[in-house]
Design a protein around this ligand. Structure first.
Ligand SMILES: Cc1ncc(COP(=O)(O)O)c(C=O)c1O
Length: 368
């Protein structure tokens, strides 16, 4: 008998990206090379002031703390008040995490959820919400409108605005309605806001804005990541802000688990959150790429749905998504099939804006 049985991995879905490999090979055979628009991974440089801060903290021989330095907590509370419009944010209302993916995957476990509990997330969603439910043995529950869910056993409700993969944005009134419902039923709300800085035709609002949460953080936590806004996916820099009691519990658990953000990354995060210029410059790059790709896709016969924000164009030719993936792979362009994000995406593909200007221009030429 093997010493390792797949007791945990067998609870998880098949890793979907493996299914894209043959199409990647087709796209890579294009004489001018692949244009890979499948994964939303930043390609532009890490801004100089952030690199300087990282390097300046390179001499960090001691253990960092899970709660972060006082400077980091000041930077987090300051940003949350300034950028999200939240009020009354103290150090107890913030907690650094090691990139947001680990948090999404392990949050239900760290909250002590398990068999008999339910974790809800959007019907079309980033797959890690479901993974998190499965890791702890809770029941994953996809929703269209969370307020239509049966609240029995529902312990955690994920929101994601702007959405991956659709780019849809929930207006403040809609967020407020959902938060009120969740509070009335004692359901904890975690709002994944990692694309909040990337609104194009809509202004994304945080759950921590007083128009949504009514000025108290009770039962709500926002999840923020620097991966997209500051090209820091390689640094693993993210944080939580909201309900102090929930964050205090997570801090206690995560301290025992050693979930520490490296000290140089903490210093880099302070620099990144103190600067808006690089965020504006990065937005300008994505705006130009988005306009070029959108125009080319529409001229090629695509319809773009939602996509008011985020790093994606949620695109369809009104055919099964794998046919679209094959069609674009033959042109040397790789995109993500919509069914990676739920059955409701079976007729869409997700086209990422995260490629260099040169590669986006190549895609535009191929679509002409
Ligand atoms: C909706 C959503 N949440 C969380 C993440 C994880 O981001 P990170 O782990 O880089 O903070 C992603 C990454 O693509 C995402 O799309």
């Amino acid at each position: 008998m093997s010493a390792v049985s797949p007791r945990v991995s067998s609870r998880l879905p098949v890793f979907p990206w493996d299914r894209l490999e043959p199409y990647k090979a087709t796209a890579a055979a294009h004489p001018d090379g692949i244009v890979d628009l499948s994964i939303g991974t930043p390609v532009d440089p890490v801004p100089e002031l952030i690199r300087r801060a990282l390097a300046g903290a390179a001499d960090s021989p001691g253990y960092p703390t899970v709660w972060g330095t006082a400077e980091l907590r000041d930077a987090l509370t300051g940003w949350v008040e300034r950028r999200l419009g939240a009020r009354g944010v103290t150090h107890r209302n913030v907690l650094p995490v090691v990139g947001s993916k680990e948090l999404v995957a392990w949050l239900p476990t760290q909250l002590g959820l398990g068999a008999g509990d339910r974790v809800a997330f959007p019907r079309l969603a980033y797959p890690t919400y479901e993974v998190g439910a499965r890791l702890c043995g809770a029941e994953p529950v996809p929703y269209t409108d969370p307020t239509e869910l049966d609240p029995a056993g529902l312990k955690l409700l994920w929101l994601n605005s702007p959405s991956n993969p659709t780019g849809a944005v929930l207006p403040a009134a809609e967020l407020a309605r959902i938060v009120a419902w969740a509070r009335a039923h004692d359901v904890l709300v975690f709002s994944d806001e990692c694309y909040l800085e990337l609104g194009w035709e809509a202004e994304p609002v945080s759950v921590l804005h007083p128009d949504v949460c009514g000025g108290t953080h009770e039962g709500v936590v926002a999840v923020h990541s620097l991966s997209k806004r500051s090209n820091l996916a390689g640094y693993r820099a993210a944080f939580l802000a909201g309900d102090a009691e929930v964050l205090g519990e997570l801090l206690a658990v995560r301290k025992h688990g050693g979930m520490m953000t490296p000290a140089p990354v903490q210093a880099a995060t302070v620099a990144a959150l103190g600067d808006d210029t690089h965020v504006r410059e990065q937005r300008e790059r994505y705006t130009a790429r988005r306009t070029a790709l959108r125009t080319a896709l529409e001229a090629h016969g695509f319809r773009i749905d939602h996509s008011e924000a985020s790093l994606y164009l949620w695109s369809t030719r009104d055919e099964p998504c794998w046919d679209t993936v094959a069609h674009l792979a033959a042109l040397g362009i790789l995109v993500a099939p919509g069914d990676f994000y739920g059955e409701a995406g079976a007729r869409h593909v997700r086209v990422a804006l995260t490629a260099t200007d040169e590669r986006i221009e190549a895609a535009v030429k191929r679509l002409a």
